[in-house]
Ligand binder design. Structure first.
Ligand code: MN
Length: 326
């Protein structure tokens, strides 16, 4: 997934002061963002949000679908080669199939239940394309985590995990995507203390999920309507929960799926612009120049049929990490 905005604004974020120290229940509505041209995929972007830009290291959250795609329908996700630095992309599908290709030569079919994790580090390019031949519906999320300063220059790498830890409890099936919960750790490589987990619930399921009171958390509903700490939550908004909780009550009236995101509050200010996470204006200018000039920092993506995405123009003002909240 890419940020395809023609004139992206700088997004300074991060800093421990931005994390609520108390349990809260703040509903953050997302923005509808069109990815691509007239047959675009419309996603709901809940991070960064007007009021909240990060949850732990999680700094970007796009959810999409369920949408019908294919002949006579929208083309789904069709994102040509584009660059990333300083972040990880985390792809998780509920339905459909997407082919990931990157400049390391990786080619991976992403299917429901498998975790796709691309660590950009110093720099990588990738493309993501829906496959409509076998699956007419696309439904899922793409998330980014910001790499902490001491790790943001790591060599780029790609991971696909088709086997993930699964905990079941009554009508709850909890799949651990990133980090650890209840003593079950996902195999994905992470660079700061964080959690990503999917809770699939049968109708009538009721559970208490164990949380770390020093971490902040949020929940995104992928399907169905459930109650999260008694807040009715359906697909769309992000429910920010703050810190100071040892557990989280989740109750499903009908079948429902929730994505639980959390982590240690990210104690660094970052600058997000287009598909880059840096620390200051010069990081972004350098990455943009390297992409535009065809530098070896961002090699070609083998097997992708399209031209690379051009970088948008830089804003006329200097990007600077300002306060973490508006
Ligand atoms: Mn991308």
């Amino acid at each position: 997934m890419s940020n395809l905005e023609a004139r992206p604004r700088e997004t300074p974020c991060g800093g421990r002061a931005a994390a609520a120290v108390e349990p809260v229940r703040d509903l953050h509505h997302g923005n509808a963002v069109a990815l691509g041209g007239p047959r675009a995929l419309t996603v709901t972007r809940t991070l960064p949000n007007r009021d909240r830009r990060m949850v732990g290291a999680w700094c970007f959250a796009d959810s999409f679908g369920p949408d019908r795609i294919g002949p006579g329908e929208p083309a789904g996700m069709q994102v040509p080669p584009h660059p990333h630095i300083g972040l990880q992309t985390v792809s998780w599908l509920v339905a459909g199939e997407v082919v990931h290709r990157d400049s390391l030569g990786s080619e991976q079919l992403i299917t429901p239940g498998g975790l796709n994790l691309m660590t950009a580090g110093l720099g990588i390019a990738h493309s993501e394309r829906s496959v409509t031949r076998r699956s007419p519906v696309l439904h899922g999320v793409q998330l980014w985590t910001a790499l902490p300063d001491r790790h943001r220059q790591v060599e780029p790498h790609f991971e696909h995990h088709s086997t993930l830890p699964v905990l079941t409890d009554g009508g709850l099936t909890l799949t651990v995507l990133m980090g650890e919960i209840g003593g079950h750790a996902a195999p994905a490589r992470i660079y700061s203390p964080m959690l990503g987990a999917e809770a699939a619930m049968a109708a009538g399921a009721s559970a208490r999920l164990p949380l770390d009171p020093d971490w902040e958390y949020a929940v995104l509903a992928l399907a169905g309507t459930s109650r999260v700490d008694d807040v009715p939550l359906g697909p769309g908004p992000l429910l920010y929960l703050g810190r100071g909780r040892r557990e989280l009550a989740v109750d499903a009236d009908g079948p429902a799926r929730l994505l639980l995101l959390g982590g240690e509050p990210f104690d660094e200010n970052i600058v997000m612009w287009w598909n880059f996470v840096g620390r200051d204006h010069d990081d972004i200018v350098a990455a943009r120049a390297d992409w535009t000039s065809g530098s070896a920092r961002f090699p070609a993506v083998p097997g992708d049929p399209d031209d690379r995405l051009p970088a948008p123009p830089m804003p006329t003002v200097r990007l600077r990490p300002r306060g973490p909240r508006r």
